[in-house]
Design a binder for this molecule. Structure first.
Ligand SMILES: Cc1cc2nc3c(=O)[nH]c(=O)nc-3n(C[C@H](O)[C@H](O)[C@H](O)COP(=O)(O)OP(=O)(O)OC[C@H]3O[C@@H](n4cnc5c(N)ncnc54)[C@H](O)[C@@H]3O)c2cc1C
Length: 591
């Protein structure tokens, strides 16, 4: 029997050939591997940098969300301005340490992907309809129980899958106290955001309760990609092996002329205390699939000679494929947290938190909306020019920005998410709300700074570089303060603790200038990076085509958050499961 299951040993793997080699056993990597190995004649090797921590409560206990952050299971990528971006360094990747909120973006945001591809690629189906099919395929949704309905849970079963691997449901610990329904009602009362039944239905501009990726019938255990795609089959499928605690250091090529043909990968031992010096190899008969996440996938391509020759040259890496946009188009979101003390009501539950409100531009800016719309339309060219070093060109970015502006203005997709939390970090904070800016125009880059694969790449998000992004962050905070002062939530709040007096209320909720200063001092990075190997036509700066194949390579695909060309008004996991499910079918169809 060949080596199969999950192992830390290279015995029986080093020097061997598989049909597919997958770089990264995270959300997307394990999803693709799980589907490809359904055919017993297909062999797959997954190499994952992190360890197998499925039995660590920081992973399986979704109520412990945030405990893993900053620890050994988190890449904790340094970005500029002293910020860090969390990312799972463990089997299952970020799906093993994330919050588990299960939502999707608006229809128009998925439909936009096709408009950024070649017209001839429209038939591949990178749109809402095509994605919904695959998002449902990944999912095993449990509609709310009568008890959960009493607590405010709702759903539209038709938009969920019922027989996929990833469990999604409302939790046993769902709060029964007055706080979550009060927040949703106040958000509607203050801004007119409508209530909807389900944030997975393609209409994200609403307020509602959301399920989580957890298994209700298994004590709310986290349903990560590892738990859902790998655990059930790991002892059965002798055609699938996952090597953990090994870092892929580069892709090996057969040639140095285009198109490049990958023959396999090189990897080294990687633990909290070891950066292995021995290099091992494994070969791919068919394809190498890069699924290392949006902050590592570009680094692997660059270490393999695929990237901007001007970046690689000084590092003595030959640019076999001078693909300038590898690592560019990075889009990461920002958040600020507002906290308040309560009036003494009981929480009545343990979580996870699941009340969310998603306002659009018109709800955020109110009377000033028309001038904000005019500002966007008048500024696109300038913004594109200012971000062009993180794109293919100013002209290319202008096209992408017009598509982004279109969904914001015409389709009224949400610009801000309010994620309501019971119990904040400040002493006495009974409620907290994470205010996060969803659709930045600021663009950043991921670039390696050393030929040593163990050295972290430089992550430059370019936080708030386009001033509009900060305007949105501030508008979100101002409206949030108003929501705190609106019934029925106001009845539950005794005083605002954060920012409190740091942003004095001048009778109009605080001055923009004060809010700006506070937001810039206190913002965090959301950990939703994407776009660094975007699926777009080449003239827009795409790194992969509609089949997720890296341009000018014969058999290298990227399957992870890197391929999403623009941000979504959503928590990303459900959409990335959809991407990976669809990718698996594209790969199966190609061979
Ligand atoms: C803290 C946090 C909270 C989040 N909360 C939510 C939420 O509530 N709801 C939601 O829907 N989404 C959430 N997300 C987002 C979601 O989890 C991610 O967008 C998604 O997991 C990204 O999938 P991916 O496959 O692109 O990358 P990942 O899942 O991060 O997988 C990448 C994998 O590649 C591995 N890897 C990297 N480099 C190498 C290498 N050189 N060799 C071998 N392996 C390598 C990594 O260790 C990792 O396992 C959250 C994310 C984080 C970090």
């Amino acid at each position: 029997t060949p080596v199969h299951g999950v192992t830390t040993s290279t015995d029986g793997i080093d020097g061997k050939t598989y049909d597919y080699v997958v770089i990264g056993g995270g959300l997307a990597g394990l999803t693709v591997a799980g589907r490809l190995t359904e055919d017993p004649s297909v062999t797959v090797l997954v190499v994952e940098a992190g360890a197998d921590d499925r039995n660590n409560p920081e992973v399986y206990d979704i109520y412990e969300f945030t405990v893993a952050l900053g620890g050994p299971l988190d890449w904790n990528f340094p970005a500029e301005d002293g910020r860090t971006i969390a990312g799972g360094r463990t089997l299952g990747g970020s799906s093993s340490i994330n919050g588990g909120s299960w939502t999707r973006g608006s229809v128009a945001q998925y439909d936009t992907w096709t408009t950024l591809l070649e017209p001839s690629e429209a038939e591949v189906g990178w749109n809402w309809e095509g994605m919904l099919h695959y998002m449902k395929k990944s999912e095993n949704f449990m509609p709310p129980t009568p008890d959960q309905v009493v607590k405010g849970a709702e759903s539209i079963p038709a938009v969920h899958g019922a027989s996929g691997p990833v469990h999604s449901a409302f939790s046993h610990g769902m709060y029964k106290g007055p706080q979550q329904p009060a927040f949703l009602a106040a958000a509607t009362n203050a801004s007119g955001i409508v209530h909807c039944k389900d944030l997975s239905a393609g209409q994200a501009n609403c307020v509602t309760m959301t399920p989580c990726s957890l298994n209700y019938n298994d004590n709310d255990r986290r349903s990560s990609s590892a738990q859902s795609y790998l655990t059930p089959v790991e002892n059965i499928r002798t055609n699938w092996v996952t090597l953990t605690q090994h870092l892929v250091t580069r892709i090996i090529w057969a040639n140095s002329t285009l198109p490049l043909v990958a023959t396999g990968i090189e990897f080294a031992e990687y633990t909290n205390t070891t950066n292995g010096t021995t290099r091992y190899t494994a070969y791919a008969r068919k394809e190498v699939i890069v699924a290392a996440g949006a902050l590592r996938t570009p680094a692997i391509l660059q270490l393999s000679g695929v990237g901007d020759a001007d970046v690689l040259g000084p590092l003595n890496i030959t640019a076999l494929l001078d693909l300038k946009t590898v690592g560019k188009n990075l889009q990461e979101q920002t958040n600020n947290v507002m906290e308040a003390s309560g009036t003494g009501w009981a929480y009545n539950g343990t979580g996870p938190n699941n009340a969310i409100a998603f306002p659009n531009l018109f709800q955020l800016f109110g009377n000033a909306s028309d001038s904000k719309v005019a500002e966007i339309n008048a500024s696109i060219e300038t913004w594109a020019a200012s971000q062009a070093s993180h794109a293919y060109s100013a002209a290319a970015l202008e096209t992408i920005f017009r598509a982004q502006a279109n969904v914001i203005i015409k389709d009224k997709v949400p610009l801000i998410e309010y994620f309501f939390v019971t119990v904040g970090a400040a002493p006495g904070a009974d409620v907290a709300t994470v205010n996060w800016q969803l659709l930045p125009f600021s663009r950043g880059s991921v670039q390696i700074v050393s030929a040593d694969p163990f050295v972290y790449p430089n992550v430059h998000v370019n936080y708030f570089n386009v001033s509009f992004d900060l305007d949105v962050q501030v508008a979100g905070l101002k409206l949030l303060r108003e929501i705190y002062k609106t019934q029925p939530l106001s009845d539950l709040i005794s005083s605002e603790l954060l920012p409190g007096s740091a942003v004095p209320d001048d009778g109009e909720g605080g001055s923009d200038a004060d809010w700006r200063v506070w937001a810039l001092q206190n913002y965090g990075s959301v950990a939703h990076p994407l776009g660094t190997a975007s699926m777009m036509r080449r003239e827009l700066g795409g790194v992969v085509d509609a089949y997720l194949k890296v341009y000018d390579t014969q058999n290298v695909r990227v399957v992870d958050a890197s391929i999403l060309p623009t941000q979504l008004s959503a928590h990303l996991s459900s959409s990335i499961y959809g991407v990976a499910e669809k990718a698996a079918d594209l790969i199966k169809a190609a061979w």
